[in-house]
Design a protein around this ligand. Structure first.
Ligand code: SAH
Length: 355
């Protein structure tokens, strides 16, 4: 794992087993691995210096041999409306990423980025406009949660991988991240409290299904037909809708977890009652949940939200067909626009067209 500048092995992305082997190879006592792991993943240390019960010499050895990721806080915006917080974090190599904290009755949920930028090209999404810069390391995905937990002093109980990036385009690191996040000796977040959202990379959905995790899969559907989907999502040119939905059925078969379909409502594109009827037919017989998201306007694009009554009519059609539907509550409306806009705004301001 050498995605960042300095080309040392990234210690925070190692599993406890791997760390134990490394510590043994250094000639240290095995219990040091447990201590080190706890400092990184439970006490959320930002640096080796904080690890006061490790011998100084060991800390120096570790510093010389392993990279240790930590984020810098670039900007923090707190919503006056609902307590939602948006964060802009800096990575070691100068890239910036966005994360969001949402406070709910059931606990605190953090939305993380999985890549710096994105190469999927969804037409309505601000995160993809500058293309993909690089994958985030497992540790850099964890760091977003760790930094927010440290900064707020509040426990994070839920994680959604729905920020910038396509998580299944960073598949191996995503799996490792999930393993570390749910580790008993780490934050120990329940698999059931984790959602991974994808634009629909069919073979990766199938691979994830075979992992038989208890995480929720959210599929960005956004259209009731292959043709309409292709207009909004270039990824649909490669993966046809039938195949993607088969993969979702397979996910349910393998894991028993109900799939969530995300559907961004775009006026004049996919939001008519006829679209709703087509969508209901498309998902007939599937045990699923539909999450409607009135599209968040992006200044580079001309897409607009349907009127409230159109949104409700769309929902109504689906419900009459027996579907479970929610309209996503807009959180932190006062602190930033659509996904990826904070990062994009920052990059433009600081003269970095592409980080
Ligand atoms: N790449 C993943 C996860 C990141 S996007 C995916 O495609 O699912 C998280 C969700 O927000 C996706 O459903 C995405 O399509 C949606 N989204 C992105 N930009 C949006 C916008 N401007 N308005 C509404 N939803 C948007």
């Amino acid at each position: 794992m050498k995605e960042n500048n300095d080309c040392k092995t990234d210690i925070k992305s190692m599993t406890l087993e791997e760390l134990t082997a490394e510590i043994a190879a250094l000639g240290e006592k095995p219990f040091r691995a447990g201590q080190l792991y706890q400092w990184m993943h439970q006490k959320l240390a930002r640096d080796y210096d904080e690890m006061t019960n490790l011998p100084k010499l060991l800390r120096e050895t570790l510093r010389a041999q392993y990279g240790y990721t930590a984020l810098t806080l670039v900007e923090r915006r707190v919503s006056k409306l609902d307590g939602t917080e948006k964060y802009l974090f800096g990575l070691a190599d100068g890239n910036v990423i966005e994360s969001v904290l949402m406070r709910y009755q059931f606990g605190n949920s953090v939305c993380i980025s999985s890549q710096a930028g994105c190469r999927m090209g969804c037409r309505f999404c601000a995160s993809t406009i500058g293309g993909l810069t690089r994958n985030l390391l497992p540790s850099e995905m964890l760091d977003q949660i760790y930094a927010i937990q440290r900064l707020t002093g509040e426990r994070v109980s839920h994680v959604v991988v729905m920020g910038t990036g396509e998580p299944l385009d960073n598949y191996d690191y995503l799996l490792r991240f999930l393993k570390l996040l749910t580790q008993e000796k780490g934050l120990h977040i329940s698999q059931r409290n984790i959602t991974v959202s994808t634009c629909g990379l069919t073979e990766r959905i199938r691979a994830l299904a075979d992992e038989k995790l208890q995480i929720t899969l959210a599929l960005s559907l956004h259209a009731p037909s292959q043709e309409k989907r292709q207009k909004l999502m270039p990824v649909a040119n490669k993966y046809d809708l039938g195949g993607v939905l088969d993969a979702c059925r397979y996910y349910f078969k393998q894991t028993g977890r109900r799939v969530t379909f995300e559907y961004s409502l775009v006026s004049g594109e996919n939001a008519s009652e006829e679209d709703a009827r087509m969508l209901a037919r498309l998902l007939e017989g599937m045990n699923c949940h539909i999450n409607l998201i009135p599209v968040n306007p992006v200044k580079e694009r001309s897409y607009v939200q349907p009127e409230r009554r159109e949104i409700l009519a769309f929902k109504n059609v689906l419900e009459k067909c027996g579907k479970t539907v929610t309209i996503r509550r807009e959180m932190g409306r006062d602190i930033a626009g659509a996904c990826g806009q904070l990062r994009k705004g920052y990059m433009e301001q600081s003269g970095q067209a592409k980080l």
